[in-house]
Ligand binder design. Sequence first.
Ligand SMILES: Cc1ncc(COP(=O)(O)O)c(C=O)c1O
Length: 416
Amino acid sequence: MKINWPHEFPGVYWQDKKEEQAVLDVLRNGSLFRYYGLRPPKHVDRYEKAACAFYQVKHALAVNSGTGALMASMRAFGIGPGCEVIVPAFLWVATVGAVVQMDAIPVLCEVDDTFTMDPWDLQRKITPRTKLIVPIHMAGAPCNMTAIMKIARQHGIPVLEDCAQCNGGSYRGQKVGTFGDMGIFSLQLNKNMTCGEGGLVITNNTHLYTRAFAAHDMGLIRVNGRLSMPEPSSLLWGGGRRMSELCGAVAGVQLRKLPKILAQMRASKQRIKQWIKNTPGLSFRRLTDEQGDSGPFLILTLSGEKQALQAVRVMREQGLHNVHRLADYGLHIYSNIPSLVKKIPLSPAGNPWRLEANRRSVYNYQAGACPQSDELFARSILLPIPSRLTRKQEQAAAQIIRKAAGSLDARYKTNC
Ligand SMILES: Cc1ncc(COP(=O)(O)O)c(C=O)c1O
């Protein structure tokens, strides 16, 4: 029973004439730039307005990528030399990279069996230099925002939620990205909705919005599309991270489809979980809120590293080609990021690692820095749940997973 598991590009499988029409509208109007053109169609503007309604926030700023959204947000918070920023051990290189590019120091926090920031370890990692906490709603599911926000508020530290992998997800009925002071999203191809490359910053804080705006554009604000002088604390340097009209056109259509995309992934995941739930030796990632899980990934934990390696091998042989053991999941794991482990400087001056302002922030990023997370990564596997699965594909996947878990006992018995 070999299958051909589809690629994990959730939004792509839902593209149709609507995206085509929107893109054609931009081209036919000769207006690729969001602020002016022959006949500005204002797709980015409309996408931002729709985003405000969807996430129920005051401000939404469309940018050119999730990385761009992180950088503009960190500028808004004023992150720089002397600042420590707490990020989880299960992440994406862009999150930690944005911290380094602010000349600040990343501090790793353990993940727990939710595979998101462990509130207990977060508490331990706070120092007088902690200036930002960045929980990441990894692999589709929300963090424990109650505990994280409580700790952050007790210490007066702002929170930037990285929702790149959990667009449309929620925690206790409230959308992710709206608990902290700011939230960011990515619209890159692998994400729940996509325009190929794109990002979004959301916030209810007008001051942070204005600063993020200045940082993403040219260091100024715009009034009716025209550059204008902000109040002094929002006069910054621009990062050139505006969203193009082509991306805005696609993003606007995909946002309307997002609830359907999520419903489909969640339902597929639920059915697969039902079919494998009593498999000996397998346990599921603990979800902080099952309803709020956006559904694009299934994380399974096995009893040990050998079992996980073997399960991945069997699953790949059977056609689940994009399953990964978490420890081998590339730049999602802190110790797999060479620039972080080696503390590669931004310039010959050695920054941020050798800056005088950072001299008290000395941390290690090699494997072993987060032992609780390392242990989980070693024996856990991640399977993408594509957004247009048939019942047949779901059942076949469940059978393969059961076989992969079941086959372990027999093989290991003979090896011992
Ligand atoms: C958790 C997380 N944060 C940030 C990003 C960066 O987004 P982008 O690729 O759009 O720059 C990603 C993208 O994969 C991500 O997974």
